[in-house]
Ligand binder design. Structure first.
Ligand code: PPE
Length: 307
């Protein structure tokens, strides 16, 4: 999806013009994928723009950095304030935000402990990640021939930049085969997640989602959906799922910050339910859209106004 340029990007403590937010080609993070990042969204509310679950994203960013032993040279509060400033200073009503922590220029080689740690936060307007049609009518998924990495190869709880080559391989395969998105399985044979989204399966009114031990990121949207679904009266469980569970589900949807909540119409050409977004998916989607825009009183604790 193309990026729409905005005015300023926060880099290591100051706002710089978009075109000047540059790094050296010998930056460690470019060579070894040694970075961690977040995807965050801000939405227009009746009290101005608000960032959805900002503190949770920044906490996960710090956890990701801790896993890879990167010392972020700013406090959580400073990163939270910088995130708000990026939305405010770019006068954005709604946007996608990309905080990234990466090992910088100056050291080469596989010992990352000597490297400098840099932080940047960019924001730009971004539409429906998997398309407006997919959001309305559902998308077609394919189980990938690429596996999600084993938790002892790369930790799924960390959102590491280099880890995403795995997702990109699966995405390429799915798109080339004419599908919209891929599902990755764990090396143990359980359903993990999609390339940039968590997955939910609905069977006989019960809502199921795979655990981190199956290679899934601890999704913030996944946790929002879990709370929303429970509040709507559904039973939600984190459970290992088999490939066949995808084929016999009544409803399937995926979720993530970029993607939001997206219905699935089929998996490997096995139609989910009647192929149209199901009633539980639609109810969760509608509540999620209210929550992110600050329209649901019970989820106001999830939003941070930028001014
Ligand atoms: N799994 C993966 C692998 C993943 O990348 C994401 C977010 C999720 C699950 C959902 O997590 P959460 O956003 O906390 O609900 N993917 C981000 C990046 C997408 C991209 O780079 O493109 C995102 O949604 O911002």
């Amino acid at each position: 999806m193309p990026i729409t340029e905005t005015e300023k990007i926060w880099m290591d403590g100051r706002l710089v013009p978009w075109g000047e937010a540059k790094i050296h080609v010998l930056t460690h993070g470019l060579h070894y994928g040694s970075g961690v990042f977040e995807g965050v969204r801000a939405y227009e509310t009746d009290r101005g723009p608000a960032i959805f679950r900002l503190e949770d994203h920044i906490n996960r960013l710090f956890n990701s950095a801790k896993i890879f032993m990167m010392d972020i040279p700013f406090t959580r509060e400073e990163i939270v304030e910088a995130s708000k400033a990026v939305v405010r200073e770019n006068k954005l009503k709604s946007c996608y935000m990309r905080p990234i922590v990466y090992l910088g220029y100056g050291e080469m080689g596989l010992n990352p402990l000597l490297c400098s740690v840099s932080v940047a936060i960019a924001a730009w307007p971004w539409g429906a990640y998997l398309g407006d049609d997919g959001m309305q009518n559902g998308i077609r998924l394919k189980v990938s021939s690429w596996q999600r990495h084993d938790p002892n190869a790369l930790p799924p709880a960390a959102k590491g930049t280099g880890m995403y080559l795995n997702s990109s391989m699966a995405k390429i395969e799915a798109l080339k085969a004419g599908y919209d998105e891929a599902i990755l399985m764990s090396p143990q044979g359980y359903v993990s997640e999609c390339t940039g989204e968590n997955l939910f399966v609905i069977k006989k009114g019960e809502i199921l989602t795979p655990p981190t031990s199956a290679g899934a990121l601890e999704g913030i949207t996944q946790s929002s959906v879990t709370r929303i679904a429970s509040d709507l009266g559904y039973k939600v469980s984190t459970e290992n799922l088999l490939r066949s569970d995808l084929y016999t589900a009544d409803e399937i949807f995926l979720c993530g910050t970029a993607a939001e909540v997206v219905p699935v119409s089929s998996v490997d050409d096995r139609v989910a339910g009647d192929g149209k977004p199901g009633p539980i998916t639609k109810a969760i989607q509608a509540t999620y859209f209210d929550a992110i825009r600050g329209r649901a009183e019970s989820y106001k604790d999830w939003i941070t106004y930028v001014s």
